[in-house]
Design a protein around this ligand. Structure first.
Ligand SMILES: O=C(O)CCC(=O)C(=O)O
Length: 257
């Protein structure tokens, strides 16, 4: 049945070789700051959804219920350390598909940076994930959206290229998006009309983004389900130190690190 339920940490490196990303997928991710791998978990999606519902349905489970400005002061329920608390979902951390993606994007040396489960009764305004780690510390987020999502019901939107966090473009956006209610004064349009790419997704797809990539979701309906696994470079700043700001990103294979 599901690899998600059976794989042990020791098995993973070998098994993950077949799930390394292609040079094209890596180049897409490194250029635009996100990537969707359609159907990567399609075979396991029923198990994954029941694992998700089991945690959120557990009356003893501590949750954080928030109403933050970033979400229009509307309701969001979060469970930090999400898969860690589920015997059913915890093996995903070492699942060969997850490890293959992470090794492709970070290299063989990477660090687990926990997971989070979410029920959204809200939208999310534009932001990078710098609440979770400083921007110079390279992290990737592997997101499992568990509903069919388009731009009309809360699919994640990405501003391609905004992950180049030290550049003027990204700095300008981060500054201008601190107060989402000021976006229309700055740009003369609503936040939802900011130029972006909407990542339509179905349960079983994996959506990956760089923590630095500026993202949002609009028109999010009732009880949008998401959980994410987070991984980072071991030493903060190592990746930035290797990148030559004045040169184009080279094509590379998954094993070039
Ligand atoms: O799907 C959403 O509304 C936003 C998710 C998000 O911002 C995150 O998990 O970092």
């Amino acid at each position: 049945m599901s690899q998600a339920l059976t794989t042990q940490p020791g098995d993973t490196d070998q098994a993950s070789n077949q799930y390394l990303l292609t040079p094209q997928q890596i180049h897409f991710f490194e250029t635009f700051g996100f990537l969707k791998v359609p159907g990567l978990f399609a075979d396991d999606v029923d198990d994954i959804i029941s694992g998700f519902e089991a945690i959120f349905g557990d009356k003893e489970q501590p949750v954080w219920e928030t109403k933050e400005a970033l979400h229009g002061d509307e309701r969001r329920i979060i469970i930090p350390g999400f898969i860690e608390q589920s015997p059913h979902l915890a093996p995903l951390q070492h699942d060969p598909r997850v490890v293959g993606v992470v090794r492709s994007l970070i290299g063989n040396e990477y660090k687990w940076a926990s997971s989070d489960g979410n029920l959204f009764y809200c939208e999310s305004y534009w932001h990078p994930d710098n609440y979770a780690a400083p921007l110079q510390h390279y992290h990737v987020k592997l997101s499992f959206y568990l509903d069919d999502l388009t731009g009309d019901n809360g699919a994640i939107r990405i501003i391609p290229g905004s992950h180049f966090h030290q550049q003027t473009f990204a700095r300008t956006l981060r500054k201008d998006f601190i107060d989402s209610s000021a976006i229309s004064d700055r740009y003369g349009i609503d936040g939802r009309d900011i130029p972006s790419y909407t990542v339509h997704s179905s349960p079983g797809d994996l959506v990956i983004w760089n923590f630095r990539t500026i993202h949002a979701s609009y028109n999010g309906g009732e009880r949008r389900r998401l959980f994410s696994l987070n991984f980072g470079e071991v030493t903060a700043g190592e990746r930035d130190a290797r990148q030559d700001m004045n040169k184009a990103i080279p094509m590379r294979t998954a094993t070039d690190g």
